[in-house]
Design a protein around this ligand. Structure first.
Ligand code: ITT
Length: 196
């Protein structure tokens, strides 16, 4: 059994990563099973934060680690909340209210989610994977599923928000799904097929 430690405390992210990755003989374990600490995210980019999380967890556990930093970027807000998505307000409800308030009745509602994943597998050895999905911001929150900004994000080509579409569709098309699929390909090529 091959263990990969997930460098995230976000339970919803953990569920999504588990549903999307699903690699035979690979077990994903959240890092709080090894150490109970909050990893700070002081970086100015998703990559900096993702790398910091993955490297930290690898150093502590000595196991391969997967870091993920993501965010919602709104064009009319000059890319905000962006890398500050998790820190924009104290909870999801307030974060959503703030985005809707700042956007007001703006006709330009273009937005995109972005995820940067770092697979840190040995000292100074890591690989980066990115995924993005474009869409627009709804005028009010809709739907119950998912987390974060899902109730106000309508992916391109759909009328429903991520929170209305639910996990089966979201986990096929999301920023996280795109980045994780690239990782899965890399992982299978380099760590599974080589052992055959
Ligand atoms: P970890 O750092 O422990 O992984 P976190 O929630 O703080 O958990 P990030 O720092 O990567 O994660 O912040 C990402 C934030 O961006 C997240 O809290 C949401 O507010 C938002 N976000 C990212 N992906 C999202 C998604 O798929 N759906 C809705 N919101 C998302």
């Amino acid at each position: 059994m091959f263990i990969i430690v997930l460098a995230t405390r976000n339970q919803k992210k953990i569920e999504e990563i588990n549903q999307i990755l699903n690699i035979r003989n690979v077990v994903l374990r959240p890092y709080h099973e090894y150490i109970d600490i909050h990893i700070p995210e002081p970086g100015e980019t998703l990559l900096e934060n993702s790398l910091l999380k993955a490297e930290f967890v690898h150093r502590i556990t000595k196991l391969p680690a997967l870091g993920e930093d993501s965010g919602l970027f709104v064009e009319a807000l000059n890319g905000a909340p962006g890398v500050l998505s998790a820190r924009y307000e104290v909870n999801d409800k307030k974060r959503i209210e703030r985005v809707l308030r700042e956007l007001g009745n703006s006709k330009n509602r273009k937005a995109w989610f972005r995820a940067v994943i770092v697979y840190y597998y040995d000292i100074k050895k890591y690989e980066v994977f990115e995924g993005e999905i474009e869409g627009r911001i709804a005028y009010e929150p809709r739907g119950e599923s998912g987390f974060g900004y899902d109730p106000i994000f309508i992916p391109f080509g759909y009328k429903e928000t991520f929170a209305e579409l639910g996990p089966v569709i979201k986990n096929k098309i999301s920023h996280r799904a795109k980045a994780l699929k690239k990782f899965k390909k890399f992982f299978i090529r380099n760590f599974v097929e080589r052992q055959k």
